[in-house]
Design a protein around this ligand. Structure first.
Ligand code: G3P
Length: 224
């Protein structure tokens, strides 16, 4: 089943979107947590209260060596939440991912800017791969093509990693990514907002209301 995440810890927005979008959980990174000013423990408590106990949290390690990443991942994995440990796809990160898979810890390889990074992370056993679509676009390379090429390699080599693309700045990028058939996605709030609020919808609804009230006043449909 498709997994829909929001790339935020904004509680008000999570409460809002949880009503209209079937959310699997949230993705975070050190920048998102630092910007919120709320540490991981309180973030997990607060977000769980809103999204429920089944929520999946993608939480990034901040350690700087392979062994420290492994230790940090084990601590995260021991927390009483459904946590996927995000590891940056660097050389030391790939080494950590390999070890973490031996320990059966669920891992997302993050900060993927190239096809080769995605392929290597998948070979190391990452459960999820997060290519950064807009950041790749901003470097003059097609983020969608990077996602598509990783997907092709996963298929060709029978690799089971799920693509969970991140970093979007417009809905076209989102739709082009979804059309590839990725199994998961994470969106920032402003893009989720644009996805569910097409500017033509409210005028159309208003027109229906006006036409109805002109003929039937304040009656409801079944009363007419
Ligand atoms: O977690 C990575 C993702 O949040 C990157 O998004 O918008 O900072 O490029 P952005």
């Amino acid at each position: 089943m498709f997994e829909f995440y929001l790339d935020t810890t904004d509680l008000q927005q999570l409460a809002r979107f949880n009503k209209s979008i079937p959310l699997k959980g949230i993705t975070t990174n050190p920048s998102i947590l630092a910007k919120s000013g709320v540490g991981l423990k309180d973030t997990l408590i607060n977000c769980s209260k809103i999204l429920g106990p089944e929520t999946r949290f993608h939480v990034q390690t901040v350690s700087k060596t392979t062994q420290e990443i492994i230790n940090e991942a084990e601590e995260l994995n021991a927390l009483p939440y459904d946590i996927v440990v995000k590891v940056p796809t660097t050389e030391i990160g790939l080494a950590a991912i390999k070890e973490l898979k031996n320990k059966r810890i669920t891992v997302l390889a993050t900060a993927i800017y190239s096809v080769q990074q995605g392929f290597l992370a998948a070979l190391c056993g990452a459960d999820y791969l997060a290519p950064y679509v807009n950041r790749i676009d901003a470097m003059g390379v097609s983020g969608i093509n990077v996602v598509g090429d990783i997907q092709l390699l996963l298929k060709q080599h029978d690799l089971t990693s799920k693509l969970l693309p991140a970093s979007f700045k417009n809905t076209q990028q989102v739709m082009d990514t979804l059309k590839l058939g990725v199994e998961a996605i994470t969106l920032p709030i402003d893009i989720a907002d644009q996805l569910i609020s097409h500017p033509a919808v409210q005028p159309a609804v208003k027109q229906f209301e006006n036409d109805w009230e002109t003929t039937f006043g304040d009656k409801l449909s079944f009363e007419s």
